[in-house]
Design a protein around this ligand. Structure first.
Ligand code: CDM
Ligand code: ATP
Length: 292
């Protein structure tokens, strides 16, 4: 994130934040342990932040309007989770200011990397700062949960062992790591995977101390592979280099590798019909340093 750009250098209120990161996440394991009465699933997962993601620019408007300046193919402005996040914060704090928002989209949509959720979290944190609405991180997490189950994690802003629907956190202390992420070129609807009749929903709950990244499983992977054979193909391709797994509800798959050089060699060999990236773990979300 660029440090704040001031419109009036002699007069400090910050009016713009540019280049705000909305990082991707990986689910290092994901167990479905049950289902709530409202249909949402109870999970256990290990969230890992990556140093790679979308970036967003925010500029305060005095007229109260919230505008998206960038285009997102397939997502009308009114449905964009970024716009919905900004409106939600504005309404719940009775804020009279508005914002112009630009999203520089990098993360594949429906990729299981939490792209939309991370955009929404960055929006809540940036506007809470720019509008001086003063909500705490916990209040922003509660607001964010009404937008999507992954939003609170990005506001929490560091690796976490998560439970509930993914909103109850314990800090997870992981060594830095380097990953290869492969997108097999399909977008997967999270709702479609969770609603499958084939999904197993009875994993036995584990304790945080029982989690090891090397013996991990994603309960959503079998369903996604059955519905989208490209996901299974991408796992098989990546598994020739290192143990590979799906993140979230897919479609992206990933593997931890020994070095950035090894990651780059794998990325360079990726079949042209897919996309691959190298990514490094991120210890702390840069936006969480902003405070309220
Ligand atoms: C799979 C994960 O990415 C793991 O991190 C998340 O649980 C999904 O989080 P998300 O994309 O923010 O999901 P949401 O937008 O809240 O939910 C999309 C749909 O997925 C289903 N859903 C989601 C999360 C959850 N714990 N149980 C569910 O059953 C619900 O049908 C919901 O309508
Ligand atoms: N700003 C946005 N960025 C991405 N998707 C958005 C956005 N606004 C709305 N959406 C909608 O949300 C859907 C899910 O997108 P997203 O990239 O968050 O999926 P995902 O990476 O699978 O997320 P998760 O890991 O949280 O399940 C998209 O297909 C799109 O229709």
């Amino acid at each position: 994130m660029d440090s704040a750009t001031l419109t009036h250098p002699a007069n400090p209120p910050v009016q713009q934040l540019r280049g705000c990161l909305a990082p991707a996440k990986l689910n290092l394991f994901l167990h479905v342990t049950g289902r709530r009465a409202d249909g949402y699933h109870l999970l256990q997962t290990a969230f890992r932040l990556l140093d790679w993601g979308d970036t967003l620019d925010f500029s305060v408007r005095e007229d109260g309007q919230i505008r998206r300046l960038s285009d997102l193919p397939g997502v009308p402005e009114e449905e964009d989770i970024v716009i919905r996040a900004a409106r939600l914060l504005q309404q719940s704090t009775h804020c009279s200011a508005g914002a112009d928002i630009t999203v520089h989209k990098v993360l594949p949509m429906g990729g299981g990397l939490g792209g939309g959720s991370s955009d929404a979290a960055t929006t809540l944190m940036a506007l809470n700062h720019l509008w001086r609405t003063g909500l705490s991180a916990e209040q922003l997490q509660a607001l964010g949960l009404t937008l999507g189950a992954d939003v609170p994690f990005f506001i929490y802003g560091r690796d976490a062992f998560a439970e509930g629907v993914g909103e109850k956190f314990q800090p997870l202390h992981l060594d830095p790591a380097c990953y290869v992420v492969v997108s097999p070129g399909v977008g997967i609807s999270t709702a479609e995977i969770f609603s499958s009749k084939d999904l197993t929903r009875d994993s036995v709950p584990i304790k945080i101390a029982d989690f090891t990244a090397s013996h991990a499983r994603n309960d959503l992977q079998a369903v996604a592979c059955r519905k989208y054979p490209e996901v299974a193909e991408a796992i098989d391709w990546l598994a020739q280099f290192a143990p590979a797994r799906m993140t979230g509800s897919g479609a992206c798959v990933y593997a931890a590798v020994d070095s950035e050089a090894q990651a780059q060699r794998i990325v360079d060999q990726c079949p042209t019909r897919w996309q691959a990236w190298k990514a490094i773990s991120l210890a702390q979300h840069p936006m969480s340093r902003l405070g309220g």
